[in-house]
Design a protein around this ligand. Structure first.
Ligand SMILES: O=P(O)(O)OC[C@@H](O)[C@@H](O)c1c[nH]c2ccccc12
Length: 326
């Protein structure tokens, strides 16, 4: 196997051209040129041809995985499946409504079996049962991990939860490297999808946000530091930003990250643009929730602390210090 799948796949100009040809609405020559340059810079940064950290390893594997999946189900066949797909549900609306109803940040509860940093979080893992318990416990939306190799998730889980009649809108928690994955997530029942700024160049975020809108999906754009936040704030059309308290390269978690990124002019700009911010990762107690709420978030994304409880629905009351179900 090519030790650097990135070089031969996502970042090759031919694959970008091919992708853009499939989405003619966003096909611009100067965008392609700028992207070519960005790719060149990225490749120059890494001449060693081995992943420098876990995030890079995940993304390199993802490139290979997606190329194989796309071969089995090309975009044309995904588009066909979309003709009969049920409409998407309003992810942003559900977060706003929960925030209004409870006075707490709207909860995106994560269906998460394992992670590379924490190992297995729950042995008896029934995704549909957990999803139903979250919904009953007052979650506004759910996040479903679909990465198999590192998080033991799957698209089958996403599909099963959607088909089980769970009404909470669903976030597909993936490492998106190609637009094809957005179509796939939509076919499998997602209402929203994660786009990680540490993985995607600005032009991809811009272009993928447009594709999400076209498909009726909400894009949750995730940042971890000031630089990524500033990049994302300069991209038009972003409505939902997640601040990850976990550094995906080192696994270090620090919830003061959310506060730092919302201070001063950044916070002002976010309010001006009416962007909803999600506080992500490392939230365990009512004090943690109060802390990020005080910092300015209108939503939170929580996995570990609630998925580990024998009744994940009750885990939600524990997290908020109050029953937030209807
Ligand atoms: O289990 P936690 O610490 O509550 O974190 C949930 C969620 O924020 C985390 O799973 C996450 C946030 N961004 C990601 C990107 C990829 C994989 C996972 C994540």
């Amino acid at each position: 196997m090519n030790p650097n799948p990135r070089a031969g796949n996502r970042f090759s100009v031919t694959s970008i051209e091919a992708q853009q040809a499939e989405f003619p609405t966003v096909n611009k020559e100067d965008e392609l040129k700028a992207k070519e340059f960005e790719v060149m810079m990225l490749q120059e940064e890494n001449e060693g041809n081995t992943p420098r950290n876990i995030l890079e390893e995940i993304v390199w594997n993802k490139d290979v995985e997606v190329a194989k999946m796309r071969e089995r189900k090309p975009l044309s066949s995904l588009k066909k499946s979309l003709e009969n797909a049920p409409p998407t549900r309003d992810f942003l609306g559900a977060l706003r409504e929960a925030n209004r109803r409870t006075g707490f940040p709207g909860l995106i509860a994560e269906v998460k079996k394992a992670s590379p940093s924490r190992g297995i979080l729950r042995e008896d893992f029934d995704p549909v049962e957990i999803a139903k318990a979250y919904e009953k416990g007052g979650a506004a939306c759910l996040s479903v991990l679909t990465d198999e190799k590192y998080f033991k998730g799957s698209f089958e889980n996403l599909e099963a939860i959607r088909n089980a009649g769970v009404k909470c809108p669903l976030l597909c928690k993936e490492f998106v490297v190609e637009a094809w994955q957005i179509f796939y997530a939509r076919v499998k029942g997602a209402d929203a999808i994660l786009l990680i700024a540490a993985v995607l160049p600005d032009l991809d975020i811009k272009y993928m946000t447009k594709i999400c809108k076209m498909l009726g999906l909400t894009a949750l754009v995730e940042v971890h530091d000031e630089r990524e936040m500033d990049r994302v704030l300069a991209i038009e059309g972003v409505e939902l930003i997640g601040i990850n308290n976990r550094n995906l390269e080192t696994f270090e978690v620090d919830i003061s990250n959310t506060k730092r990124l919302l201070e001063g002019e950044r916070g002002q700009l976010i309010r001006q643009k009416d962007i909803i911010v999600v506080g992500e990762s490392g939230l365990f107690t009512p004090d943690d929730i109060a802390y990020v709420q005080e910092a300015g978030v209108k939503a939170v994304l929580v996995g570990e602390s609630i998925v580990k409880q024998s009744d994940p629905g009750k885990g939600i009351s524990g997290l908020f210090g109050k029953d937030i179900s209807l």
